[in-house]
Design a protein around this ligand. Structure first.
Ligand code: F6P
Length: 332
C-alpha cells in the first residue's frame, strides 16, 4: 500500500456514546500523519450519495464529551446491493479517498468487507451499546449505556421499594444479553433474562421472586434483555402466577444517548488512533479490537467469523446474590 493521503470516516448503524470521540481521534491522528480526512455523513448510505463534509482539527473540537454522532448515522439497504456498493466506490474515486474508517457494529463491518473486496481498504472501529462484536471484548458505548440503565433502574428501585412493588425492566442489546446481565448484576436484580440462556419461567422468575419474598424482600427487580422477550409479557405472566401487579418499563433509546464516560472516551480515542495507524503503516482491511486490555488488529473476514459468548459465570454470580434467601427457604 502506498502512503495514504486522504481517508474518509463514517459512523453507521445504531449510534453509541463515544462515536464522536472516535471520529475526533481519527481526524486528529490522520492530520498528525499528514493525511487529510473527509467526513462521510449518514453511514454507508452517505458514501453512496456522496454526502460528505471536510473535517479539520477545529471541526472535531468540543465533540469528545458529546453523545450521538456529529456525522449522523443510518442503516442502508442500498449498500447491501452490488449497484449501491459500486456507487460508493465511485464516491471514493471522486473524492480521492484511499481508505475508509467505519465506526459501528457487525452490520457496518459486513459492509466494510464488501467494500474492501471492491478495492477500497477499510478499517473498522467497533462501537455499539450491545457489546456484541465477536473480535473484541469491548465495544465503544457499552459502559456508558450500562451506567445510564443503572441510573434509571436505581430510580425505579426507589419507587418500587416505597410501594413494595415488582418492576420489570427491558433493556436493549439486540440478540445479546451483555447489557442486561452486567446491568442486572450492578442493580442487584432479582432475576435477569438473557437470550443466551433458555428460560424456565417458573424457576428463573417465579421461584426467584418467591425466594426473595421469603427472605424478607418486599420489592423485586426483573431485568429482561430485549432479545429474551418482551417485558410486558413477562409482567403479565408474573401477575398471572403470583397475583401481584408488576410495573413495566422499557428503557429504549434513552440507553443510547448521553455523554460518553471515561472508559468510552479513552477507548474510542485509542481505537481511533490505531485505526489510522493501520493505514499509516500500510495495512488496512481490518477491525480494531481490544483483547486482554491491549489493542489488536484482525483482518475483517476473520473478525466477522469470531464469536463472543456471554460469560455464564456472571449469570451464576447474579443468581448467587440471592442464595441467602434460598437457604432460608430450603430450595438449596
Ligand atoms: O444495536 C444497537 C441498538 O440500540 C440495539 O440495542 C437495538 O435493538 C437497536 O439498536 C434499535 O435500533 P433502532 O435505533 O433502529 O430502533
Amino acid at each position: 500500500m502506498n502512503k495514504v493521503k486522504r481517508i474518509g470516516v463514517l459512523t453507521s448503524g445504531g449510534d453509541a456514546p463515544g462515536m464522536n470521540a472516535a471520529v475526533r481521534a481519527v481526524v486528529r491522528t490522520a492530520l498528525a500523519n499528514g493525511i487529510e480526512c473527509v467526513g462521510i455523513r449518514r453511514g454507508w448510505q452517505g458514501l453512496i450519495n456522496g454526502d460528505f463534509m471536510p473535517l479539520s482539527r477545529e471541526s472535531v473540537g468540543h465533540i469528545l464529551s458529546r453523545g450521538g454522532t456529529m456525522l449522523y448515522t443510518a442503516r442502508s439497504d442500498e449498500f447491501m446491493t452490488e449497484s449501491g456498493r459500486k456507487k460508493a466506490v465511485n464516491t471514493c474515486k471522486m473524492l480521492g479517498l484511499e481508505g475508509i474508517v467505519a465506526i459501528g457494529g457487525d452490520g457496518t463491518f459486513r459492509g466494510a468487507l464488501e467494500l474492501s473486496r471492491l478495492g477500497i481498504p477499510v478499517v473498522g472501529v467497533p462501537a455499539t451499546i450491545d457489546n456484541d462484536v465477536g473480535c473484541t471484548n469491548y465495544t465503544i458505548g457499552f459502559d456508558t449505556a450500562c451506567n445510564t440503565a443503572i441510573e434509571c433502574i436505581d430510580r425505579l428501585r426507589d419507587t418500587m421499594q416505597s410501594h413494595e412493588r415488582c418492576s420489570v425492566v427491558e433493556v436493549m442489546g439486540r440478540n445479546a444479553g451483555f447489557l442486561a446481565l452486567y446491568v442486572g448484576i450492578a442493580v442487584g436484580a432479582t432475576a435477569v433474562l438473557v437470550p443466551e440462556r433458555e428460560i424456565d419461567f417458573q424457576k428463573d422468575v417465579i421461584e426467584r421472586i418467591q425466594d426473595s419474598r421469603l427472605a424478607g424482600n418486599t420489592h423485586f427487580m426483573i431485568v429482561v434483555a430485549e432479545g429474551a422477550g418482551h417485558a410486558f409479557d413477562v409482567g403479565e405472566e408474573i401477575e398471572e402466577k403470583l397475583g401481584i401487579s408488576p410495573r413495566v418499563t422499557v428503557l429504549g433509546h434513552i440507553q443510547r444517548g448521553g455523554a460518553p464516560n471515561a472508559r468510552d472516551r479513552e477507548t474510542a480515542t485509542r481505537m481511533g488512533y490505531y485505526a489510522v495507524n493501520s493505514f499509516v503503516e500500510g495495512r488496512g482491511n481490518c477491525i480494531i479490537g481490544t483483547q486482554e486490555g491491549g489493542i489488536v488488529e484482525i483482518p475483517i473476514e476473520e473478525a466477522l467469523k469470531m464469536k463472543k459468548h456471554l460469560q455464564m459465570d456472571r449469570y451464576r454470580i447474579m443468581e448467587a446474590m440471592q442464595f441467602g434467601g434460598l437457604y432460608q427457604t430450603g430450595r438449596v
